[in-house]
Design a binder for this molecule. Structure first.
Ligand code: ATP
Ligand code: MG
Length: 215
């Protein structure tokens, strides 16, 4: 694995430096936000797009996924007050399963400001382990640099065929899976999820939040 970002990135390349951070975001939590802002800072990115997966093909069939418009509204609320972070709807507009390689192509085609951009696709190490199985993987590596951040837990073996950029971010043991079970069993959500996201969850009665709950 290649480690040093400064050695592997031409910081003087022309065009914007755009982070693409895809996810199901069911719901978005502080682990996502801390990762996005820290990668943005470390790699001097102009913007990080939190791209909401339309149909997360890796997760299809394994559980009920919250409707995409609700997940989009939660991510929109999560990034609203954070400079540099934006929510992406490309995969929602494309429809069908969400493949990062198609998303990168669409972003470039649909936004004149991205024509000369350098893309940095950001993944947690759990997702990074599966990157070589992603749709049209070779083409993907021609369209984007791949950035990996560690999540708490056992180290994950990553493909040595990829010139990874590794960024150290605070390791927060927070996951959407844990949050969904917290909604169900009533354990505290405080500090794991931001207030604007909780506002959307309340408004839309997501995750069967009990009526009158203080979340
Ligand atoms: P779930 O438990 O439902 O899989 P999740 O918390 O893993 O949810 P995803 O939407 O699956 O969230 O993840 C989107 C991206 O964010 C993935 O690349 C994942 O590795 C990364 N990610 C999620 N949580 C963290 C975290 N706490 N720290 C760093 N990266 C994270
Ligand atoms: Mg996940």
């Amino acid at each position: 694995m290649t480690i040093s970002p400064s050695a592997s990135i031409d910081q003087n390349a022309p065009g914007l430096r755009i982070g693409l951070f895809g996810g199901t975001f069911d719901p978005p939590h502080v682990g996502h936000l801390v990762t996005a802002v820290n990668v943005m800072h470390a790699l001097k990115l102009d913007q990080v797009i939190l791209m909401v997966a339309n149909v997360p093909w890796q997760k299809e069939g394994s559980r009920a996924i919250t409707p995409v418009q609700d997940r989009f509204a939660m991510v929109e609320a999560a990034v609203a007050a954070v400079p540099g972070l934006v929510v992406g709807d490309t995969e929602i507009h494309t429809g069908g399963p969400s493949y990062t390689v198609d998303t990168l192509r669409s972003l470039r085609l649909q936004n004149p400001e991205y024509v000369n951009a350098t893309f940095f696709t950001i993944v947690g190490d759990d997702a990074a382990a599966g990157v070589p199985t992603w749709e049209r993987f070779q083409e993907l590596t021609e369209l984007t640099r791949l950035v990996v951040v560690d999540r708490p837990g056992a180290p994950v073996a990553l493909s040595t065929d990829i010139d990874w950029i590794r960024v150290e971010v605070p390791r927060l043991d927070v996951s959407s899976t844990d949050l969904r079970s917290r909604f169900t069993d009533g354990r505290p959500l405080d500090y794991l999820i931001t207030q604007p996201v909780l506002g959307v969850i309340r408004e839309r009665s997501l995750y069967s939040l009990p009526i009158g709950a203080q979340a």
